[in-house]
Design a protein around this ligand. Structure first.
Ligand code: TRP
Length: 330
C-alpha cells in the first residue's frame, strides 16, 4: 500500500481546497506511507512566469507543511527534481494513444481557455500524471472528481504496460476527496468554491485576514426558513455546516443540535469564530515554515533524495522490461 498525490503550484488556496484535498492527505498519512509531490512540470503546460512559479512552489510546500504533512515519516518533494518523472513519461507516451488523450475534458477546457497555446505538453499532461503515480507503484491516489478521467488513463497505461512487458505496476485506485466536490461558493451554493469566481465573497482564502473572513461569512447567502439543518432543501446552510464540521472535526448532527432553536445570525457567528480560530493557527504555522527557507529547502532536499531512491529503482525495472539499453539497466 502506498499513497501518491500531487498538487500544482498555482496560486493561493482557499478553505475548499483545504477541506477537500489537503485535509484528505493529512488523514491518509496516519494510515499509509505517503508520497506527496508538488507538480511544477504540470504547471508549465500553461503560460507561466518563471520567478512566480518558483515562489509558488515554496508557498505550496509551506502550506502543506503548515497543514500537518509529516515530512519525517512521509515524502514531500518537487516533481522536477526527480528526473525519472519525465523519463517514464516518454516511455508511457509510446503506449498512450492520441485518440484517447483527445477525449480528456481538462485538455479540451484548457485548449478553449488559451487557444493560442495548445502545446504538446498540455496534451501529454495525463501521461505525466500517470508517470508520477506509477513510478512509486502507488496503490491509492487521492484526487478531486475532475481528475477521475486522468486516473482511468493511468490505470489503462499500467495494464497495457504489464500486458506488453511483464508485471511491473500495481493498478492504482483513485480515492475521491470526501468533501472535495462539495464545498460550494459562499455567494452561490450551486457552484464549487473557486478562486476564479468573479466575487471575492465566493471564497475564503487561507491567507485572508480574520476581518476579511468574518465579513465574508456575514455576507454568505443562506436559505429560506430559519433552522440550522443539513439537507437538500438547504443547500447554502448545508454548505456552511459542512465547512463548520470539517474545520472543527465536529459531526454534522452535533452542529444541528448546538444551533437548535437558534437563528442564522448566531450560527454564522459560531462559524466565523471557528474559521478564524482555524485561520489563526494555520497562518502562524505557515509563517514559521515560509519564513525559514533554510528549513524548507532541507525538507524538500531530503524529500527529493528519498523519492529519487524509489523512482530510480522502478525506472531501472522499466528500462529492462522495455528492452532499452544493454540490459540490467545499463
Ligand atoms: N492533475 C492533478 C490536479 O490538477 C495534479 C497531479 C499531478 C496529481 N500528478 C498527480 C494528482 C498524481 C494525483 C496524482 O489536481
Amino acid at each position: 500500500m502506498l499513497v501518491f498525490s500531487g498538487v500544482q503550484p498555482t496560486g493561493t488556496l482557499h478553505i475548499g481546497n483545504y477541506i477537500g484535498s489537503i485535509k484528505q492527505w493529512i488523514s491518509l498519512q496516519k494510515e499509509y506511507p505517503c508520497v506527496f509531490c508538488i507538480v511544477d512540470l504540470h504547471a508549465i503546460t500553461v503560460r507561466h512566469v518563471p520567478a512566480k512559479l518558483r515562489t509558488l512552489t515554496l508557498d505550496v510546500a509551506a502550506t502543506y507543511l503548515a497543514a500537518g504533512v509529516d515530512f519525517e515519516r512521509h515524502i514531500l518533494f518537487v516533481q522536477s527534481e526527480v528526473a525519472e518523472h519525465t523519463q517514464l513519461t516518454w516511455i508511457l507516451n509510446s503506449l498512450a494513444k492520441v485518440s484517447e488523450l483527445k477525449l480528456m475534458h481538462q485538455f479540451k477546457e484548457k485548449s478553449k481557455e488559451d487557444a493560442k497555446n495548445i502545446n504538446a505538453a498540455l496534451f501529454d499532461y495525463p501521461v505525466l500524471m500517470a508517470a508520477d503515480i506509477l513510478l512509486y507503484k502507488a496503490t491509492h491516489v487521492p484526487i478531486g472528481h475532475d481528475q477521475m478521467q486522468h486516473m482511468e488513463i493511468t490505470r489503462e497505461l499500467a495494464r497495457r504496460f504489464n500486458a506488453q512487458f511483464g508485471e511491473v505496476f500495481p493498478i492504482p485506485e483513485g480515492v475521491l476527496h470526501k468533501f472535495g466536490a462539495r464545498i460550494m461558493g459562499l455567494d452561490d451554493p450551486t457552484k464549487k468554491m473557486a478562486k476564479t469566481a468573479s466575487s471575492a465573497y465566493n471564497y475564503i482564502l487561507l491567507t485572508d485576514t480574520i476581518d476579511e473572513a468574518r465579513d465574508k461569512i456575514k455576507h454568505a447567502v443562506t436559505d429560506s426558513g430559519r433552522e440550522i439543518i443539513f439537507g437538500e432543501k438547504k443547500p447554502a446552510v448545508s454548505n456552511l455546516i459542512t465547512i463548520y464540521s470539517a474545520l472543527t472535526d465536529t459531526p454534522i448532527s452535533d452542529i444541528e443540535k448546538k444551533y437548535e432553536g437558534k437563528g442564522y445570525k448566531e450560527f454564522k457567528e459560531g462559524l466565523a469564530d471557528a474559521i478564524c480560530e482555524f485561520l489563526g493557527t494555520f497562518q502562524k504555522k505557515y509563517k514559521k515554515f515560509r519564513s525559514d527557507e533554510k528549513l524548507l529547502n532541507s525538507i524538500l532536499d531530503d524529500g527529493a533524495k528519498r523519492a529519487k531512491k524509489i523512482a530510480s529503482k522502478t525506472f531501472a525495472e522499466v528500462r529492462d522490461a522495455v528492452g532499452l539499453g544493454r540490459g540490467d539497466s545499463k
